[in-house]
Design a binder for this molecule. Structure first.
Ligand code: GLU
Length: 326
């Protein structure tokens, strides 16, 4: 990890150097930590998959990668900023707000945030118990709703939606703040009526929710949503295809963002270069690691959904591949 980047190899190298003057330098091993999300979401798989590609080449580049579960997008930006994380997966709206100092990052712009690539689409997904009487997000009033843990991307996006709808937490009979990975069991245990998740599909969390209880994905639409999509460049209308989850055969209209991969300008150019190289040189293998990655396209990944500048190491690789102009 960048700011705690002293390593066992440096230390051994120093000892060897002292003992045997002519010993060859021991290559320095570098560790990177990627912030993800809950274990039943897609970010966790993104982090694990990037690390799998990077770690395949550790013998050559001496970079070792790990990707722990975290609280989600906002926690990942904050973790990169504090130096606890080197890279992370964040929603495109959160990337924009953090870099430009808007929304929850008002007066707190993070100018060293750097984009690396875009990944899958993430529609705002509302799942309600079938016995809850919720058939549309506008039925949330008086219901028990999990608005997401602080630090998660869904909480950040949900706050924008709530403001637009004129809602506060008092609008609901309960506004819980459960982590993403706890939502599905809370729904099936009847502790909440609805869960909100900004997430790629299909995913383990919603699979769990819809198989353990009768639950449906409900539309997120209407004038307020149209206004949000109109107002902000990072929101777009989205459709969650029918047939992905038990009891949910119809397409559902909503709006959404994209998942993006980010880092800080402080991360070594070589480390970012090797990371993107590992992903794009094993791209078919990478895409097979999750159905949400199936339709990823290199050109879209480096040109869409990114509002912070590209990191120099990523730029170098994309230019080498001829995907960017010199
Ligand atoms: N979009 C969610 C967040 O930013 C995470 C989704 C996932 O883990 O796949 O917190």
């Amino acid at each position: 990890m960048k700011r705690h980047a002293f390593t066992a190899a440096t230390f051994t190298g120093a000892l060897l150097g002292a003992a045997m003057f002519s010993a060859p330098a021991v290559a320095q091993e570098r560790f990177i930590t990627i912030g993800t999300g809950g274990q039943t979401g897609v970010y966790y798989v993104v982090g694990q998959s990037v690390c799998r590609m990077v770690n395949r080449g550790s013998d050559e580049h001496n970079i070792r990668c790990n990707a722990p579960s975290t609280g989600g997008s906002v926690a990942n930006v904050n973790g990169i900023r504090s130096g606890e994380l080197d890279m992370g997966v964040v929603q495109s709206d959160v990337q924009y707000q953090a870099y430009n100092g808007t929304g929850n990052f008002e007066d707190n712009a993070y100018e060293d945030l750097r984009a690396v690539f875009k990944i899958h689409g993430e529609p705002l997904t509302v799942v309600a118990r079938s016995d809850s009487g919720i058939e549309h997000i506008s039925d949330f009033e008086g219901k028990r709703v999990n608005i997401g843990n602080p630090g998660s991307g869904q909480r950040n996006t949900m706050e924008v939606v709530m403001e637009k709808m004129g809602w506060t937490t008092d609008t609901f009979s309960l506004a819980s703040e459960l982590d993403a990975a706890e939502q599905a069991s809370a729904l099936s245990d009847n502790n909440i009526d609805a869960m909100v998740y900004v997430v790629g599909h299909p995913n383990g969390s919603i699979q769990e929710a819809t198989t353990t209880v009768d639950a449906r994905l409900v539309p997120v639409s209407g004038d307020e949503i149209d206004a949000l999509v109109e107002e902000y460049p990072y929101y777009a209308k989205a459709t969650i295809p029918g047939g992905l989850y038990r009891g949910n055969d119809e397409d559902v209209d909503t709006f959404g963002v994209a998942a993006t991969f980010v880092t800080t300008a402080d991360t070594d150019e070589e480390v970012v270069y090797e990371t993107v190289k590992a992903v794009f040189e094993n791209f078919d293998r990478f895409k097979r690691l999750h159905p949400a990655f199936e339709n990823l396209d290199e050109q879209d990944m480096i040109s869409q959904g990114l509002s912070a500048p590209l990191h120099e190491g990523a730029k170098r690789y994309y230019t080498e591949r001829g995907w960017l102009e010199e």
